[in-house]
Design a protein around this ligand. Sequence first.
Ligand SMILES: NC(=O)c1ccc[n+]([C@@H]2O[C@H](COP(=O)([O-])OP(=O)(O)OC[C@H]3O[C@@H](n4cnc5c(N)ncnc54)[C@H](O)[C@@H]3O)[C@@H](O)[C@H]2O)c1
Length: 347
Amino acid sequence: MSKKLRIAFIGAGGIAGTHAKHYSEMPDVELVGASDVSEKALGKFQEQYKIPQVFDDWKKLLKTTRPDAVSVCTPNFLHCQPTLDALNSGAHVLCEKPLAMNAAEGRKMLAAAKKNRKQLVIAFQFRFDGKTQALRKAYDEGFFGKALYVRVKAIRRRGIPNWGVFGRKDLQGGGPLIDIGVHALEMAHYTVGAPQPLAATGHTWTFLGNKPSAVLSQWPNWDWKTYTVEDMAVGTIRTKGGTVFHIESAFVSHTDQEGMDFYIFGEKGGAQWSNANLFHDHAGLMLNSNPAWLPRYDAFQHKMRHFVDVCLGKRKSEAPAEHGLMVQQMLDGIYESAKKGREVTIK
Ligand SMILES: NC(=O)c1ccc[n+]([C@@H]2O[C@H](COP(=O)([O-])OP(=O)(O)OC[C@H]3O[C@@H](n4cnc5c(N)ncnc54)[C@H](O)[C@@H]3O)[C@@H](O)[C@H]2O)c1
């Protein structure tokens, strides 16, 4: 067998475990090291995934282990610098979502990948979901005609994470929009051909997360004292070619319409992602159709295999940093518009 891809981790918390679990099942991958500032997280990770060398500093990790590829699994404020350092050390990078805190950081990351001729892949798994792939195929085959409007949602009724730093705007860049809205937005954007965003309007509200609450919920006792992100965000994005996206995203909302979904309204047809329903006119009838068969596989596992194959030169990236940057521009635009109270141009 040819040489194995030697992979290291920056950040050894929750999502790093999911990366490591899937890498561990691949015969062409070798896990060579990890870094984290938490001794506890690092110890647990090392033991569970049999990591030979661990470090409290990612620079030491990169210098000592010289990995071929790195999974960047740190909080959002630590996506940019570790990615730059890993790319400059000669490694490919799989960076967790979102690409960065903002598009300005993202541009530096893209430039470093280009300069070093390395792959920078964004860890967007929902584009590898069977339903997303089916709708993308329908889009490519012209089923929708022109995609006029794409309605996207990532809504929780009471779902403020009570771990990590997800309530800290300075460390995460924002709340539900950048944390869970990004998942729904990236797959919807990918499905209709990843058009360049041009302008955004947005609104954000914080009305509950920054106060103590005794209401029964799945994740109680979040750190309300340090909570500085929005509870809910909505935004509209105009894109080149005319497709308009609208996103609703919430950690907190008084609704029974929870969940992640998107809807395509096209000139010739439409669709709903969550049930892969397709809507069109045929034989003088308005029809609702549904694929009789869809591949069933773990999208996360697929994203990890995709990254390894991209690093080994076996396939072209389906989750390139350019897509991560456009999604980031949409998020930035919505936040900026919400602050300024008017539509903003996306440069
Ligand atoms: N793709 C997905 O479905 C998905 C799911 C969850 C989280 N994420 C993303 O993954 C990232 C991490 O989230 P998480 O849930 O794993 O958080 P986490 O808090 O469980 O893990 C983050 C880890 O980074 C470590 N860290 C902090 N500073 C560090 C430093 N200087 N050097 C090395 N390690 C450092 C922390 O100690 C922690 O162990 C976030 O960007 C999040 O958006 C993606």
